[in-house]
Design a protein around this ligand. Structure first.
Ligand SMILES: C[S@@+](CC[C@H](N)C(=O)[O-])C[C@H]1O[C@@H](n2cnc3c(N)ncnc32)[C@H](O)[C@@H]1O
Ligand SMILES: Nc1nc2[nH]cc(C(=O)O)c2c(=O)[nH]1
Ligand code: SF4
Ligand SMILES: [Mg+2]
Length: 258
């Protein structure tokens, strides 16, 4: 049975036939957040999340509202679609979700992208480890503050950070905490103090997810950005940090696929 399963997972060309639940493939655009903000990149957004953050800007990946749009694609099909949309105009792919760290076999996508000269980034919340994390070029771990309604499993987060450091992947790893209020800031201070050596990003929270006018949203978000900068400036704990908005939200609002 094992042998049969193994045979079924190879099509003879080196590609594996595991299928991944995909909701969006888009780009090239810029990475609008965090450690490689501004980097030209393609996006692959997987379906399914083990969290349900109150303010999730990608809730369609897990709340059932886009379940008819989920496609089950092999790594080969994903790479083909990236090339058919992006041509030769990219050398960086960001995998986000949902939580792509739920997908055990994602190395099957990472390896061929590397073989084509692409760097691979991943967005995840730090609730699950996968062995292929060490293959990621830009790993963003975004633990969730109180406003999300989620609880952090600190043992899991500790072990993810420890493992990346032990494998010599510190330069490829960062933490990013989204901030909506003062409780979130206190949480961010706790995270930064717990992992002082890990590059740390504070991100403006967007709670205007229904706003359809990009200019209106940008104006609200810039006010929040200024508030966040003021708070960080006054903190004696948040010194070695970077404060960023979601650049794509400032430019294109709540639009999907940008
Ligand atoms: C949609 S999540 C997908 C990846 C993973 N589930 C995670 O949360 O890290 C991608 C990033 O968007 C952030 N995010 C989600 N909703 C947001 C919002 N309303 N405002 C600002 N950032 C948000 C998350 O914190 C995460 O850093
Ligand atoms: N441009 C752009 N940058 C992003 N950075 C993280 C994103 C995400 O949804 O994970 C995202 C996104 O959806 N678009
Ligand atoms: S962990 Fe990420 S995708 Fe999941 S609900 Fe929270 S923000 Fe959304
Ligand atoms: Mg997003």
């Amino acid at each position: 049975m094992k042998l049969l399963q193994a045979m079924l997972k190879h099509d003879g060309s080196g590609w594996k036939l595991n299928k991944f639940p995909v909701l969006e493939i888009f780009g090239p655009t810029i990475q609008g957040e965090g450690m490689v903000v501004g980097r030209k990149t393609m996006f692959v957004r997987t379906a399914g999340c083990d969290y349900s953050c109150s303010w999730c800007d990608s809730a369609f990946t897990w709340d059932g509202s886009a379940k008819d749009e989920i496609r089950r694609l092999t790594a080969e099909e994903i790479v083909e679609e990236l090339r058919s949309i992006g041509g030769d105009q990219f050398d960086h792919v960001t995998i986000s979700g949902g939580n792509p760290a739920l997908l055990v076999h994602l190395k099957e996508l990472i390896d061929p992208l590397h073989a084509q000269g692409c760097e691979v980034a991943l967005e995840t919340q730090g609730s699950r480890w996968q062995d292929w994390f060490v293959d990621i070029d830009d790993l963003t771990i975004s633990p969730k503050p109180p406003s999300s309604g989620m609880d952090t499993n600190w043992e899991t987060l500790d072990s993810i950070i420890e493992r990346m450091q032990k494998e010599g992947k510190s330069d490829q790893t960062s933490l990013k905490v989204v901030i909506f209020d003062e409780d979130d800031l206190a949480y961010a201070e706790k995270v930064h103090q717990r992992y002082p050596g890990v590059p740390f990003f504070l991100q403006v929270g967007n709670d205007d997810l229904e706003e359809s006018n990009a200019e209106n949203l940008a104006s609200v978000l810039l006010t929040k950005y200024e508030w966040l900068i003021d708070q960080v400036v006054q903190s004696s704990t948040l010194n070695r940090v970077r404060v960023l908005p979601q650049v794509h939200a400032l430019l294109w609002g709540n639009k999907r696929g940008v």
